[in-house]
Design a protein around this ligand. Sequence first.
Ligand code: HEM
Length: 123
Amino acid sequence: TESNNPYIAIGGQEVLNELVDAFYAKVKLHPKLAPIFPEDLTETARVQKQFLTQFLGGPNFYSEEHGHPMLRARHMPFPITEERAEAWLQCMREAMDEIKLEGPIRDYFYERLSQTAYHMINQ
Ligand code: HEM
């Protein structure tokens, strides 16, 4: 059934967009994260919306525009410590709280983001 698709279960593009916008508003203010991100996060947020759509089983917008994600390789230019991975995840939890994303879909999504975040550590 369609509820087996996490992208549908989370509420589709509208909810993902809200989450990503809330997330980068926090990244922008985080002293450990802001210094490694661009000043203007408009493009960063646009690409992250594409990626997370695909990550959750929605349309493959990210790969259509950028090719294979190769996320770890794409993060190599940025020094990602365990502390920064935890800061990233903290911003994500706060964004989920803000948009009131709750229940099993939140837990499932957060768990997958957490695995990916720890995989990005390169310092
Ligand atoms: C790009 C940091 C974890 C997905 C980036 C960029 C930075 C960054 C600095 C470049 C932004 C730009 O130039 O616009 C971090 C840090 C993380 C982290 C500090 C902590 C572990 C993650 C996770 C995901 C993710 C967990 C996905 C679940 C992406 C994507 C891009 C990106 C899709 C765009 C890649 C592209 O250019 O095509 N990240 N990231 N990141 N990040 Fe992360």
